[in-house]
Write a protein that binds this ligand. Structure first.
Ligand SMILES: NC(=O)c1ccc[n+]([C@@H]2O[C@H](COP(=O)([O-])OP(=O)(O)OC[C@H]3O[C@@H](n4cnc5c(N)ncnc54)[C@H](O)[C@@H]3O)[C@@H](O)[C@H]2O)c1
Length: 415
Protein backbone atom coordinates (compact mmCIF):
# COMPACT_ATOMS: atom_id res chain seq x y z
CA UNK A 1 0.00 0.00 0.00
CA UNK A 2 1.28 3.51 -0.80
CA UNK A 3 2.24 5.75 2.14
CA UNK A 4 -0.99 7.30 3.37
CA UNK A 5 -1.08 11.04 4.06
CA UNK A 6 -2.98 11.77 7.23
CA UNK A 7 -4.24 15.09 8.60
CA UNK A 8 -4.96 15.71 12.27
CA UNK A 9 -7.87 17.90 13.41
CA UNK A 10 -7.43 18.69 17.12
CA UNK A 11 -3.92 18.69 18.59
CA UNK A 12 -4.57 17.17 22.06
CA UNK A 13 -5.62 13.55 21.72
CA UNK A 14 -5.00 14.00 17.98
CA UNK A 15 -1.23 14.05 18.59
CA UNK A 16 -1.36 10.67 20.41
CA UNK A 17 -3.23 9.12 17.51
CA UNK A 18 -0.86 10.70 14.98
CA UNK A 19 2.13 9.06 16.73
CA UNK A 20 0.48 5.66 16.24
CA UNK A 21 -0.15 6.27 12.55
CA UNK A 22 3.54 7.19 12.24
CA UNK A 23 4.44 3.86 13.88
CA UNK A 24 2.28 2.20 11.22
CA UNK A 25 4.24 3.88 8.42
CA UNK A 26 1.87 6.74 7.56
CA UNK A 27 2.88 10.34 6.93
CA UNK A 28 1.34 13.03 9.13
CA UNK A 29 1.08 15.79 6.58
CA UNK A 30 -1.06 18.49 8.23
CA UNK A 31 -2.42 19.48 11.60
CA UNK A 32 -5.24 21.89 12.42
CA UNK A 33 -5.97 23.51 15.77
CA UNK A 34 -7.00 27.07 16.57
CA UNK A 35 -5.20 26.83 19.91
CA UNK A 36 -1.68 27.83 18.85
CA UNK A 37 0.21 26.48 21.85
CA UNK A 38 -1.46 23.05 21.62
CA UNK A 39 -0.77 22.95 17.87
CA UNK A 40 2.91 23.91 18.26
CA UNK A 41 3.39 21.31 21.01
CA UNK A 42 1.97 18.62 18.75
CA UNK A 43 4.25 19.56 15.86
CA UNK A 44 7.26 19.54 18.20
CA UNK A 45 6.32 16.02 19.25
CA UNK A 46 5.52 14.65 15.79
CA UNK A 47 8.42 16.16 13.85
CA UNK A 48 9.10 18.95 11.38
CA UNK A 49 7.52 19.25 7.95
CA UNK A 50 3.91 19.14 9.05
CA UNK A 51 1.81 21.97 7.61
CA UNK A 52 -0.07 23.89 10.29
CA UNK A 53 -3.58 25.31 10.01
CA UNK A 54 -5.72 27.24 12.45
CA UNK A 55 -9.02 26.80 10.58
CA UNK A 56 -10.73 23.73 9.15
CA UNK A 57 -11.72 25.39 5.84
CA UNK A 58 -8.05 25.81 4.83
CA UNK A 59 -6.97 22.47 6.35
CA UNK A 60 -9.53 20.46 4.34
CA UNK A 61 -7.96 21.77 1.10
CA UNK A 62 -4.61 20.13 1.98
CA UNK A 63 -3.74 16.97 0.02
CA UNK A 64 -4.72 14.16 2.47
CA UNK A 65 -5.99 10.56 2.20
CA UNK A 66 -7.51 10.50 5.69
CA UNK A 67 -8.34 12.81 8.57
CA UNK A 68 -8.30 12.10 12.30
CA UNK A 69 -11.14 13.99 14.01
CA UNK A 70 -9.97 14.76 17.55
CA UNK A 71 -11.65 18.12 17.99
CA UNK A 72 -14.21 18.79 20.72
CA UNK A 73 -16.10 15.64 21.78
CA UNK A 74 -19.57 16.76 20.65
CA UNK A 75 -18.61 18.37 17.31
CA UNK A 76 -17.24 15.54 15.17
CA UNK A 77 -20.14 14.81 12.81
CA UNK A 78 -20.24 18.03 10.72
CA UNK A 79 -16.48 17.73 10.05
CA UNK A 80 -16.78 14.02 9.24
CA UNK A 81 -19.38 14.91 6.61
CA UNK A 82 -17.15 17.65 5.14
CA UNK A 83 -14.36 15.05 4.78
CA UNK A 84 -16.67 12.47 3.19
CA UNK A 85 -17.82 15.06 0.63
CA UNK A 86 -14.19 15.48 -0.43
CA UNK A 87 -13.49 11.72 -0.59
CA UNK A 88 -11.25 11.82 2.51
CA UNK A 89 -11.42 8.77 4.82
CA UNK A 90 -12.49 9.56 8.40
CA UNK A 91 -11.11 8.29 11.71
CA UNK A 92 -13.44 9.90 14.24
CA UNK A 93 -12.77 10.04 17.92
CA UNK A 94 -15.60 9.08 20.13
CA UNK A 95 -18.49 9.87 20.07
CA UNK A 96 -19.52 10.04 16.39
CA UNK A 97 -22.34 12.59 16.81
CA UNK A 98 -23.43 15.01 19.51
CA UNK A 99 -27.12 15.14 18.54
CA UNK A 100 -29.68 12.73 17.13
CA UNK A 101 -30.06 14.93 14.02
CA UNK A 102 -26.32 14.68 13.36
CA UNK A 103 -26.64 10.89 13.59
CA UNK A 104 -29.17 11.01 10.75
CA UNK A 105 -26.91 13.34 8.74
CA UNK A 106 -23.87 11.13 9.26
CA UNK A 107 -25.70 8.00 8.07
CA UNK A 108 -27.08 9.87 5.05
CA UNK A 109 -23.55 11.02 4.14
CA UNK A 110 -22.13 7.50 4.61
CA UNK A 111 -24.85 6.14 2.31
CA UNK A 112 -24.05 8.82 -0.28
CA UNK A 113 -20.27 8.23 -0.18
CA UNK A 114 -19.89 4.44 0.33
CA UNK A 115 -16.29 4.43 -0.93
CA UNK A 116 -15.09 6.70 1.86
CA UNK A 117 -14.04 4.65 4.89
CA UNK A 118 -15.65 5.93 8.08
CA UNK A 119 -14.40 4.51 11.36
CA UNK A 120 -15.21 5.26 14.98
CA UNK A 121 -11.81 5.44 16.71
CA UNK A 122 -13.05 3.56 19.77
CA UNK A 123 -9.93 1.90 21.19
CA UNK A 124 -11.03 0.00 24.32
CA UNK A 125 -12.22 -3.13 22.43
CA UNK A 126 -8.56 -3.65 21.48
CA UNK A 127 -7.29 -3.74 25.07
CA UNK A 128 -5.71 -7.13 25.75
CA UNK A 129 -8.47 -8.41 28.07
CA UNK A 130 -11.23 -7.24 25.72
CA UNK A 131 -9.56 -8.98 22.77
CA UNK A 132 -9.51 -12.15 24.89
CA UNK A 133 -13.20 -11.81 25.81
CA UNK A 134 -14.03 -11.33 22.14
CA UNK A 135 -11.99 -14.41 21.18
CA UNK A 136 -13.62 -16.62 23.82
CA UNK A 137 -17.19 -15.38 23.21
CA UNK A 138 -16.80 -15.88 19.44
CA UNK A 139 -15.47 -19.42 19.93
CA UNK A 140 -18.93 -20.39 21.23
CA UNK A 141 -17.80 -21.99 24.53
CA UNK A 142 -19.94 -19.58 26.57
CA UNK A 143 -23.08 -20.73 24.72
CA UNK A 144 -25.73 -18.20 23.72
CA UNK A 145 -24.75 -14.77 25.07
CA UNK A 146 -27.39 -13.44 27.46
CA UNK A 147 -25.77 -10.59 29.36
CA UNK A 148 -22.70 -8.32 29.40
CA UNK A 149 -21.32 -5.55 31.59
CA UNK A 150 -19.06 -2.67 30.60
CA UNK A 151 -17.68 -0.22 33.15
CA UNK A 152 -15.43 2.69 32.20
CA UNK A 153 -14.77 4.04 35.67
CA UNK A 154 -12.47 7.02 35.90
CA UNK A 155 -12.63 8.82 39.27
CA UNK A 156 -10.41 11.90 39.45
CA UNK A 157 -8.66 13.70 42.31
CA UNK A 158 -10.57 17.02 42.67
CA UNK A 159 -7.25 18.70 43.64
CA UNK A 160 -5.40 17.54 40.51
CA UNK A 161 -4.65 20.93 38.92
CA UNK A 162 -2.50 19.46 36.16
CA UNK A 163 -5.34 17.24 34.97
CA UNK A 164 -7.68 20.24 34.86
CA UNK A 165 -5.06 22.34 33.04
CA UNK A 166 -4.83 19.70 30.30
CA UNK A 167 -8.43 18.53 30.09
CA UNK A 168 -10.89 21.17 31.36
CA UNK A 169 -9.04 24.37 30.60
CA UNK A 170 -11.94 26.81 30.06
CA UNK A 171 -15.33 27.19 31.73
CA UNK A 172 -17.43 26.22 28.70
CA UNK A 173 -15.26 23.23 27.80
CA UNK A 174 -17.28 20.10 26.97
CA UNK A 175 -15.79 18.20 29.93
CA UNK A 176 -17.44 20.75 32.26
CA UNK A 177 -20.84 19.94 30.71
CA UNK A 178 -20.67 16.23 29.97
CA UNK A 179 -23.58 14.15 31.30
CA UNK A 180 -22.50 10.84 32.78
CA UNK A 181 -24.11 8.77 30.02
CA UNK A 182 -22.42 10.50 27.06
CA UNK A 183 -18.87 9.15 27.24
CA UNK A 184 -20.27 5.76 26.38
CA UNK A 185 -18.03 4.15 23.80
CA UNK A 186 -15.38 2.86 26.25
CA UNK A 187 -18.00 0.88 28.16
CA UNK A 188 -20.33 -0.06 25.30
CA UNK A 189 -17.81 -0.59 22.46
CA UNK A 190 -16.03 -3.60 24.02
CA UNK A 191 -19.24 -5.48 24.85
CA UNK A 192 -20.74 -4.74 21.42
CA UNK A 193 -17.58 -6.19 19.84
CA UNK A 194 -17.43 -9.23 22.13
CA UNK A 195 -21.09 -10.13 21.64
CA UNK A 196 -21.92 -8.72 18.18
CA UNK A 197 -25.10 -7.19 19.66
CA UNK A 198 -26.48 -3.66 19.21
CA UNK A 199 -28.76 -1.89 21.74
CA UNK A 200 -32.46 -1.61 20.80
CA UNK A 201 -33.95 -0.09 23.98
CA UNK A 202 -32.29 1.93 26.73
CA UNK A 203 -33.04 3.08 30.24
CA UNK A 204 -30.78 4.82 32.79
CA UNK A 205 -30.45 6.23 36.30
CA UNK A 206 -27.82 8.53 37.78
CA UNK A 207 -26.18 8.80 41.17
CA UNK A 208 -25.96 12.45 42.29
CA UNK A 209 -23.06 13.29 44.63
CA UNK A 210 -21.45 16.66 43.80
CA UNK A 211 -17.79 17.35 44.49
CA UNK A 212 -17.49 18.95 47.93
CA UNK A 213 -15.02 21.31 49.55
CA UNK A 214 -12.80 24.20 48.57
CA UNK A 215 -11.51 22.83 45.24
CA UNK A 216 -11.31 24.41 41.78
CA UNK A 217 -14.38 23.13 39.98
CA UNK A 218 -16.44 24.37 37.02
CA UNK A 219 -18.27 21.13 36.25
CA UNK A 220 -22.00 21.72 35.79
CA UNK A 221 -22.75 18.03 36.40
CA UNK A 222 -22.99 16.83 40.01
CA UNK A 223 -23.61 13.20 39.08
CA UNK A 224 -20.83 10.66 39.78
CA UNK A 225 -22.19 7.83 37.69
CA UNK A 226 -25.01 6.69 35.46
CA UNK A 227 -25.96 3.06 35.13
CA UNK A 228 -27.44 2.26 31.75
CA UNK A 229 -29.35 -0.88 30.77
CA UNK A 230 -30.01 -1.90 27.20
CA UNK A 231 -32.06 -4.68 25.63
CA UNK A 232 -30.32 -5.65 22.42
CA UNK A 233 -31.19 -6.77 18.91
CA UNK A 234 -30.35 -10.42 19.78
CA UNK A 235 -32.41 -10.41 22.99
CA UNK A 236 -29.38 -10.03 25.28
CA UNK A 237 -29.00 -7.33 27.95
CA UNK A 238 -26.12 -4.93 28.69
CA UNK A 239 -25.48 -3.08 31.91
CA UNK A 240 -22.99 -0.33 31.19
CA UNK A 241 -21.73 3.01 32.47
CA UNK A 242 -20.84 6.05 30.43
CA UNK A 243 -17.87 7.51 32.23
CA UNK A 244 -18.42 6.73 35.91
CA UNK A 245 -16.47 7.93 38.96
CA UNK A 246 -17.14 5.48 41.78
CA UNK A 247 -14.96 3.27 43.97
CA UNK A 248 -11.50 2.48 42.61
CA UNK A 249 -10.42 3.27 39.05
CA UNK A 250 -10.97 0.41 36.58
CA UNK A 251 -12.13 -0.65 33.15
CA UNK A 252 -14.13 -3.79 33.80
CA UNK A 253 -16.07 -6.04 31.43
CA UNK A 254 -17.98 -9.30 31.75
CA UNK A 255 -19.73 -11.48 29.19
CA UNK A 256 -22.15 -14.20 30.31
CA UNK A 257 -23.67 -16.97 28.23
CA UNK A 258 -25.88 -19.99 28.83
CA UNK A 259 -22.77 -22.17 29.42
CA UNK A 260 -20.18 -19.91 31.06
CA UNK A 261 -18.81 -16.44 31.63
CA UNK A 262 -15.63 -14.43 31.18
CA UNK A 263 -14.53 -11.21 32.89
CA UNK A 264 -11.43 -9.19 33.67
CA UNK A 265 -10.80 -8.84 37.38
CA UNK A 266 -11.08 -5.34 38.83
CA UNK A 267 -7.84 -4.01 40.23
CA UNK A 268 -5.79 -6.95 38.90
CA UNK A 269 -4.29 -5.63 35.66
CA UNK A 270 -5.26 -7.69 32.63
CA UNK A 271 -6.11 -10.82 34.66
CA UNK A 272 -8.97 -12.83 33.17
CA UNK A 273 -11.35 -15.17 34.97
CA UNK A 274 -13.18 -17.71 32.80
CA UNK A 275 -15.80 -19.80 34.58
CA UNK A 276 -18.19 -22.59 33.73
CA UNK A 277 -20.57 -24.74 35.74
CA UNK A 278 -19.60 -28.34 36.46
CA UNK A 279 -22.14 -29.63 33.93
CA UNK A 280 -21.34 -27.10 31.22
CA UNK A 281 -17.52 -26.97 31.10
CA UNK A 282 -15.81 -28.05 27.92
CA UNK A 283 -14.16 -31.46 28.16
CA UNK A 284 -10.73 -31.38 29.75
CA UNK A 285 -11.05 -27.79 31.04
CA UNK A 286 -11.21 -26.55 34.63
CA UNK A 287 -14.40 -25.06 35.98
CA UNK A 288 -12.53 -21.89 37.02
CA UNK A 289 -9.55 -20.53 35.07
CA UNK A 290 -7.53 -17.42 35.95
CA UNK A 291 -4.85 -16.26 33.54
CA UNK A 292 -3.05 -13.35 31.89
CA UNK A 293 -4.04 -13.30 28.22
CA UNK A 294 -1.38 -13.12 25.49
CA UNK A 295 -1.34 -10.70 22.55
CA UNK A 296 -0.68 -13.41 19.94
CA UNK A 297 0.04 -10.66 17.43
CA UNK A 298 3.02 -10.17 15.09
CA UNK A 299 3.15 -6.45 16.03
CA UNK A 300 3.43 -7.11 19.78
CA UNK A 301 6.64 -5.07 20.15
CA UNK A 302 4.93 -1.94 18.80
CA UNK A 303 1.61 -2.65 20.52
CA UNK A 304 3.11 -2.71 24.02
CA UNK A 305 4.74 0.68 23.46
CA UNK A 306 1.46 2.32 22.41
CA UNK A 307 -1.05 4.21 24.57
CA UNK A 308 -4.14 2.85 26.37
CA UNK A 309 -2.60 -0.56 26.90
CA UNK A 310 -1.66 -1.00 23.24
CA UNK A 311 -5.18 -0.36 22.01
CA UNK A 312 -4.31 2.93 20.28
CA UNK A 313 -1.95 1.20 17.84
CA UNK A 314 -4.34 -1.66 17.14
CA UNK A 315 -7.31 0.62 16.50
CA UNK A 316 -5.30 2.68 13.99
CA UNK A 317 -4.34 -0.61 12.32
CA UNK A 318 -8.00 -1.63 11.96
CA UNK A 319 -8.57 1.64 10.06
CA UNK A 320 -5.62 1.09 7.72
CA UNK A 321 -6.77 -2.48 7.01
CA UNK A 322 -10.20 -1.15 5.99
CA UNK A 323 -8.64 1.37 3.62
CA UNK A 324 -6.29 -1.27 2.19
CA UNK A 325 -9.16 -3.71 1.61
CA UNK A 326 -11.54 -1.04 0.26
CA UNK A 327 -14.34 -1.84 2.72
CA UNK A 328 -16.01 -0.32 5.75
CA UNK A 329 -14.75 -1.51 9.16
CA UNK A 330 -16.61 -4.22 11.04
CA UNK A 331 -19.10 -3.83 13.87
CA UNK A 332 -18.75 -1.91 16.17
CA UNK A 333 -16.38 0.46 14.33
CA UNK A 334 -18.58 1.19 11.32
CA UNK A 335 -20.89 4.17 11.03
CA UNK A 336 -24.09 2.28 11.92
CA UNK A 337 -22.63 0.89 15.16
CA UNK A 338 -21.04 4.28 15.91
CA UNK A 339 -24.35 6.13 15.57
CA UNK A 340 -26.16 3.43 17.59
CA UNK A 341 -23.63 4.05 20.39
CA UNK A 342 -24.19 7.81 20.27
CA UNK A 343 -27.96 7.31 20.22
CA UNK A 344 -27.65 5.09 23.30
CA UNK A 345 -25.67 7.82 25.09
CA UNK A 346 -28.06 10.63 24.12
CA UNK A 347 -31.28 8.69 24.83
CA UNK A 348 -29.90 7.23 28.08
CA UNK A 349 -29.45 10.81 29.27
CA UNK A 350 -33.06 11.62 28.38
CA UNK A 351 -34.19 8.47 30.16
CA UNK A 352 -32.20 9.49 33.24
CA UNK A 353 -33.81 12.97 33.19
CA UNK A 354 -37.23 11.26 32.98
CA UNK A 355 -36.81 8.84 35.88
CA UNK A 356 -35.72 5.86 33.81
CA UNK A 357 -38.26 6.06 30.98
CA UNK A 358 -37.27 3.53 28.28
CA UNK A 359 -36.29 4.86 24.83
CA UNK A 360 -36.10 2.85 21.63
CA UNK A 361 -32.75 3.16 19.80
CA UNK A 362 -33.55 4.19 16.23
CA UNK A 363 -32.39 2.13 13.27
CA UNK A 364 -31.18 4.83 10.90
CA UNK A 365 -31.09 2.44 7.95
CA UNK A 366 -34.89 3.01 7.93
CA UNK A 367 -36.32 6.21 6.48
CA UNK A 368 -39.10 6.52 9.09
CA UNK A 369 -36.52 6.67 11.91
CA UNK A 370 -34.46 9.23 9.98
CA UNK A 371 -37.56 11.43 9.60
CA UNK A 372 -38.38 11.16 13.31
CA UNK A 373 -34.98 12.44 14.42
CA UNK A 374 -33.71 14.62 11.56
CA UNK A 375 -34.46 17.88 13.41
CA UNK A 376 -33.64 16.73 16.95
CA UNK A 377 -30.72 18.97 17.92
CA UNK A 378 -31.04 19.02 21.73
CA UNK A 379 -27.55 19.21 23.25
CA UNK A 380 -26.17 19.71 26.78
CA UNK A 381 -22.95 21.49 25.66
CA UNK A 382 -21.86 24.91 24.46
CA UNK A 383 -21.00 24.87 20.77
CA UNK A 384 -17.80 26.49 19.47
CA UNK A 385 -19.88 29.29 17.87
CA UNK A 386 -21.14 30.22 21.38
CA UNK A 387 -24.60 28.60 21.13
CA UNK A 388 -25.56 27.64 24.70
CA UNK A 389 -26.82 24.18 25.76
CA UNK A 390 -30.59 23.66 25.55
CA UNK A 391 -30.90 20.65 27.89
CA UNK A 392 -29.40 20.16 31.39
CA UNK A 393 -26.35 17.93 31.80
CA UNK A 394 -27.14 16.86 35.38
CA UNK A 395 -29.88 14.73 36.94
CA UNK A 396 -30.50 17.73 39.25
CA UNK A 397 -30.99 20.38 36.55
CA UNK A 398 -30.48 23.33 38.95
CA UNK A 399 -27.11 22.06 40.19
CA UNK A 400 -24.13 24.48 39.97
CA UNK A 401 -20.63 24.27 41.48
CA UNK A 402 -20.34 26.41 44.64
CA UNK A 403 -19.28 30.06 44.30
CA UNK A 404 -16.01 29.28 46.08
CA UNK A 405 -15.28 26.33 43.73
CA UNK A 406 -15.96 28.50 40.68
CA UNK A 407 -13.78 31.31 42.11
CA UNK A 408 -10.88 28.88 42.62
CA UNK A 409 -11.30 27.57 39.05
CA UNK A 410 -11.37 31.09 37.55
CA UNK A 411 -8.28 32.11 39.54
CA UNK A 412 -6.38 29.21 37.97
CA UNK A 413 -7.67 29.11 34.41
CA UNK A 414 -9.68 32.29 33.74
CA UNK A 415 -12.89 32.12 31.70
N1 LIG B 1 -10.12 7.10 22.87
C1 LIG B 1 -9.48 7.63 23.89
O1 LIG B 1 -8.88 6.91 24.67
C2 LIG B 1 -9.51 9.12 24.07
C3 LIG B 1 -8.67 9.76 24.97
C4 LIG B 1 -8.75 11.17 25.07
C5 LIG B 1 -9.64 11.86 24.27
N2 LIG B 1 -10.45 11.21 23.40
C6 LIG B 1 -11.38 11.93 22.53
O2 LIG B 1 -10.62 12.71 21.61
C7 LIG B 1 -11.30 13.94 21.34
C8 LIG B 1 -10.37 15.10 21.71
O3 LIG B 1 -10.01 14.95 23.07
P1 LIG B 1 -9.05 16.01 23.80
O4 LIG B 1 -8.86 15.54 25.17
O5 LIG B 1 -7.88 16.28 22.95
O6 LIG B 1 -10.07 17.24 23.80
P2 LIG B 1 -9.79 18.79 23.89
O7 LIG B 1 -11.09 19.44 24.02
O8 LIG B 1 -8.75 19.01 24.94
O9 LIG B 1 -9.08 19.12 22.50
C9 LIG B 1 -9.74 19.39 21.32
C10 LIG B 1 -8.81 20.22 20.46
O10 LIG B 1 -9.47 20.56 19.26
C11 LIG B 1 -9.26 21.94 18.98
N3 LIG B 1 -10.43 22.40 18.22
C12 LIG B 1 -11.73 22.22 18.54
N4 LIG B 1 -12.53 22.74 17.60
C13 LIG B 1 -11.72 23.27 16.66
C14 LIG B 1 -11.97 23.96 15.43
N5 LIG B 1 -13.22 24.17 14.99
N6 LIG B 1 -10.91 24.38 14.71
C15 LIG B 1 -9.64 24.17 15.16
N7 LIG B 1 -9.35 23.52 16.31
C16 LIG B 1 -10.37 23.06 17.05
C17 LIG B 1 -9.13 22.60 20.35
O11 LIG B 1 -8.43 23.82 20.31
C18 LIG B 1 -8.40 21.53 21.14
O12 LIG B 1 -6.99 21.68 21.08
C19 LIG B 1 -12.59 13.90 22.17
O13 LIG B 1 -13.63 13.47 21.37
C20 LIG B 1 -12.30 12.88 23.26
O14 LIG B 1 -13.44 12.23 23.67
C21 LIG B 1 -10.39 9.85 23.29
Amino acid sequence: MKTLKIGIFGAGRGADIAANFQLLGCEITAICDFHEERRKNAVKRLGEGITEYADFDSFIEHDMDAVVLANFFHEHAPYAIRCMEKGIHVYSECISNGTMAEGVELIRAAEKYPDVVYMLAENYPQMIFNREMHRIAKSGVLGKILYAEGEYNHPGDPNDINFKRTYTYFTKHWRNYIPRTYYITHSLGPVMRATGATPKTVTAFASFAPVEGDVPNASQCGDRAAVIMTQNDDGSIFRITGCAAFGGHHNAYRVCGTEGQIENLRGMGAKIMLRYNGWSKPEGENEVQMYDPAWNDPDEEKIVKSGHGGSDYLTCRVFLESIRDGRQPEHPYNVYAAVAMSSTAILAHRSMLENGKPYEIPDFTKEEWKKQYENDRAIPYYLTDGTPPDIPCCSHPDYKPTEQQMKRYLELFGE
